[in-house]
Design a protein around this ligand. Sequence first.
Ligand code: PTJ
Length: 243
Amino acid sequence: MIPPDHPRYRSLVIRELLAENVKKGIVSLEGLTAQGRGEAFDYFIGERTTASAILAEKTAAALLLTARHPVISVNGNAAALAAYEIAALQKASGALVEVNLFHRTEERVHLIEDLLRSAGSDIFSGPAERLLPLSHDRAWCRREGMFSADVILVPLEDGDRCEALVTMGKTVIAVDLNPLSRTSRRATLTIVDELTRALPNISEACRTITRSEREELKSSLDNNYLLSEAIREMTMRLSHALD
Ligand code: PTJ
């Protein structure tokens, strides 16, 4: 039982949620380490959405809304943390939602699809093929789903697949609290923000940005700028941590 007045209440509740989802088979054990790494970077950024992350989130909305075939790729952590936020983003952006896993078993795919459906997403499922140029199981996807996507949103991605998707000519939007990760540096656009803060902001931008704003946001996209701003924010907070 976590007391609601605990100063780290939210963080502890999220840890418990992930641990419960490990027991259900939705989150992989490795997913807990990924969450821990994310939490550390979230401390550095002040556990808030920065101005540069807001810009990245609006740009993500512009890319999703103007895509021919946008896809949201979901893994175990993303489903456990943000099933409702994913459903809302699907509604706001019109993107397909498809499960893609690093630690892949058919059983996990079905459990995650069921969780997403129960939160309101329409899942693109069915038989997958080994279509992406990768030696691990993230290669499995659907031909009419992420294989054909032009814009793909990848929360908590691994660097290999991000690189493979970019090499295939896709526009890759990553959500990753670590601005130094290979994923962050390889993606077309990186949102350095916590997933449950980032997704509602992208949905909100999908509902509010105008057509001309979409074009402006796309043409001024500069991922190196966004990453260096995130690193600048973290450095600034670290250098004033004990003030
Ligand atoms: O469910 P599976 O089998 O597909 O496995 C998924 C994991 C997350 C285990 C897999 O993709 C993985 O190992 O990811 P990595 O390589 O640890 O990368 C996760 C990245 O996401 C790290 O850079 C973390 O800092 C970041 N991260 C973790 N939690 C969050 C986050 N970024 C945003 N929001 C979070 N909640």
